[in-house]
Ligand binder design. Structure first.
Ligand SMILES: [Ca+2]
Length: 556
C-alpha cells in the first residue's frame, strides 16, 4: 500500500548469526564478468517479438540473436515475493519462508549479491523489491539502492488522491535510505538511475552486478505516452484453452472452473468488464519501455567497451496467464503461470542465437551468478548453476536435469487459487492441491503441451502416479528436516470423494460476492480491516487506506 507509514527497520544484525560462505578459491576467472540482470514483473514466457509477430521488441530480439534463449525456464513459485526471494536467496519458498505477498519476514536470509561483494563486485539494486516486509529501505548486499515500497507506481501521481496531489505530494522512491519524489515514468526513471550508477559509481576495472528490477509489466500495466497507441489496431491471439470447452471443464479441478468468474478469471477480469484482448495492448505497450531500457543499457556497454565482458540476463519473476484454461494472472502450476521468458547473452562465453531446451529454474539463478563470478556456492543454495549447459561445455542430452518441484501457498488476499504442489519429471507433470476438496492432475507435456487432457484417471499412466506423489512429498520436506511449511502428510490416494449422483448439488457462492463490474470499491477486499473501513462498509461507502492517513493528518 502506498500510504502506509512504514517504520520497519531492516534487521541486518539478524544475518550475523548465519555463517557466510568462505572466500572464493582459485576459480576466480582472470577478468570477472559484469552482469546486467533485467528482471521483469509478470512477463509471459512468449511475450517477446521473436516469438510473436504482432509484438515489437527490437532490443529483446537482438539480445536473443546475440545470446541463448531458454524456452523451458520456469519458476518454483509463481508469485512475486516468493519467486523474488528464491532468485535472491537460492532457496525454495519452503526454506526461505517468504510464502506469499503478505509481508513475510526476511530475517536470517542472505541475498546472493552479498557473496558477489565478497569476491570484489560492485552491486546495485534498482526497482521493485516487493518481498518480505513492506520496507523500501536498503538491503544487505547492495552498494547502491533505488527502490520503493510494495508494487510501486508507473507514474508519480498514480493512486494519489487529488487533495494530496494538490499539496504537491507524489509517489516516492527510496535512494540509499533517502526518500525522494518519483519524477517520471518508472521504467525510464529506473533506467536513468541505473545508468547514472554505472557512469559515476562503478570504477575502472571493478566488476559490477546491476540488478534492474522493473515494475513493468505488472497489472495494471500502463505504458508511457510515447507508446500509448502502439497496439491500438493489433489483435493479440489468446490460447486455445481460453475458450473453456465442456471437456476442459470436466477434466479440470472445480476450483479452475469457479475461478473463471473471479478477479483472476477471464469472465470477471480484475472485477472489470475489460477483455484480455484489450488488456494485452496496454501490457505489451508497457513492455516497449523495457525494450527501450535494454537498448539504452546495451548501447552504453558498447560505447564504454564493457559489452564484451558483460553477461546480460532478461528474465521475469513469474509467468502470466492470458486466458489459459479460463484463468488470468499467475499462482497456479499451469504452463502459462510457471514458464517465464529467459535470454542470456555473454559474448565469448555463451553461443549466439541459440535455443537451449534445458529446464532451468529461478532456483538456479543465484548458483549460476556465483559460478560466473568465481565465488563458492554457500550451503543453503538448493539449485545448481546451469552455466555448463548454457555454454555448451555439457550438452543438453548429458545435462542431469533436476525435478521441477512447484509450491504455491494459499493467501487470503486472492483466495480463489488453492495451495498447490506440483512436480515435473521428464514429460510428466503431476499437480495436487492442499486443503480443498478437489481432483489431482497429471499431464503428458510432450503429447499435450496445452494441458488439455488430465490423465489422472488414465490407466495407461497409472504406474507413474505413485512415484510422482512420493517424489513430490519427499521434495517438499524443508532443509532442516521439519514438516513442510503447511504441515501435512504424504498423499496416498484420491481420498473419500464420493457423492450421491442425484443428491444435493454443490453450494452456490454467497450473494454478497455477486456484483457488477467496475465498482469503485473493488479493492476493498484487499485493504486491511480497520474500524474506519468497517464503518464505511456498514454505510455502503467507498474506503481507501489513504483516508486513514488523511484523518491522522499525514500523507505518507
Ligand atoms: Ca510478479
Amino acid at each position: 500500500m502506498l500510504f502506509f507509514n512504514n517504520k520497519c527497520i531492516w534487521l541486518a544484525a539478524s544475518l550475523l548469526g548465519l555463517g557466510l560462505a568462505t572466500p572464493a578459491l582459485a576459480k576466480t576467472p582472470d577478468k570477472q564478468r559484469n552482469v546486467v540482470f533485467v528482471l521483469l514483473d509478470d512477463l509471459r514466457y512468449d511475450g517477446m517479438g521473436f516469438l510473436q509477430e504482432e509484438l515489437q521488441t527490437p532490443n529483446i530480439d537482438k539480445l536473443a540473436e546475440s545470446g541463448v534463449y531458454f524456452p523451458n525456464a520456469v519458476v518454483t513459485s509463481s508469485l512475486c515475493s516468493p519467486s523474488r526471494a528464491t532468485i535472491l536467496t537460492g532457496m525454495t519458498a519452503r526454506n526461505h519462508k517468504i510464502v506469499d505477498n503478505n509481508n513475510s519476514s526476511e530475517e536470517g536470509l542472505i541475498f546472493f549479491p552479498e557473496y558477489l561483494q565478497q569476491v570484489g563486485y560492485k552491486t546495485g539494486f534498482f526497482g521493485k523489491w516487493h518481498m518480505g516486509s513492506h520496507s523500501d529501505m536498503p538491503r544487505e548486499g547492495f552498494d547502491k539502492w533505488v527502490s520503493f515500497p510494495g508494487q510501486g507506481a508507473y507514474f508519480p501521481s498514480d493512486s494519489i488522491p487529488q487533495p494530496l496531489l494538490d499539496k504537491g505530494i507524489v509517489n516516492l522512491l527510496n535512494i540509499d535510505g533517502q526518500k525522494v519524489n518519483q519524477t517520471g515514468y518508472i521504467t525510464d526513471e529506473l533506467t536513468d538511475y541505473a545508468l547514472d550508477w554505472l557512469k559515476n559509481d562503478v570504477k575502472n576495472n571493478q566488476p559490477f552486478f546491476l540488478y534492474l528490477s522493473h515494475k513493468a509489466v505488472h497489472s495494471d500495466a500502463k505504458p508511457p505516452a510515447r507508446y500509448k497507441d502502439q497496439y491500438a489496431d493489433t489483435k493479440f491471439k489468446l490460447p486455445d484453452s481460453a475458450v473453456v470447452t465442456e471437456q476442459d471443464a470436466k477434466n479440470k479441478p472445480m476450483w479452475v472452473h469457479n475461478q473463471r468468474n473471479s478477479w483472476h478469471g477471464t469472465d470477471f477480469f480484475y472485477a472489470s468488464d475489460r477483455t484480455m484482448e484489450e488488456y494485452l495492448k496496454q501490457y505489451y505497450a508497457t513492455l516497449s519501455a523495457v525494450d527501450d531500457s535494454l537498448g539504452e543499457i546495451v548501447n552504453y556497454l558498447k560505447e564504454k567497451n564493457l559489452y564484451e565482458n558483460t553477461m546480460i540476463v532478461f528474465y521475469s519473476d513469474n509467468g502470466f496467464l492470458i486466458g489459459d484454461h479460463g484463468l488470468i494472472d499467475k499462482r497456479n502450476a499451469y504452463e502459462g503461470s510457471v514458464r517465464v521468458p529467459l535470454i542470456i547473452s555473454a559474448p565469448g562465453l555463451l553461443p549466439a542465437g541459440e535455443t537451449n531446451k534445458t529446464l532451468v529454474r529461478n532456483l538456479d539463478m543465484a548458483p549460476t551468478f556465483l559460478e560466473l563470478a568465481g565465488a563458492n556456492q554457500p550451503e543453503q543454495f538448493e539449485g545448481k548453476s546451469f552455466l555448463p549447459v548454457a555454454s555448451g561445455e555439457v550438452s543438453e542430452q548429458d545435462w542431469d536435469e533436476p525435478d521441477f518441484v512447484y509450491e504455491y501457498y494459499w493467501e487470503w488476499s486472492f483466495p480463489m487459487t488453492p495451495t498447490t504442489f506440483a512436480i515435473r519429471r521428464g514429460n510428466l507433470k503431476y499437480i495436487q492441491y492442499h486443503g480443498v476438496w478437489d481432483i489431482e492432475e497429471l499431464y503428458d507435456l510432450d503429447a499435450d503441451p496445452e494441458e488439455m487432457h488430465n490423465l489422472i484417471r488414465d490407466p495407461a499412466y497409472a504406474e507413474h502416479l505413485l512415484p510422482l506423489r512420493e517424489a513430490l512429498y519427499a521434495s517438499l520436506v524443508p532443509a532442516d528436516n521439519s514438516k513442510p511449511a503447511v504441515p501435512f502428510n504424504a498423499r496416498l490416494a484420491e481420498g473419500m470423494n464420493l457423492r450421491k449422483r442425484d443428491g444435493l448439488k454443490e453450494a452456490p457462492f454467497p450473494d454478497w460476492w455477486l456484483v457488477e463490474p467496475n465498482r469503485k470499491d473493488k479493492f476493498m477486499g484487499l485493504f486491511p480491516d480497520t474500524p474506519m473501513k468497517i464503518e464505511a462498509q456498514r454505510n455502503k461507502e467507498v474506503y481507501f487506506p489513504y483516508m486513514e492517513n488523511m484523518k491522522n493528518g499525514s500523507a505518507h
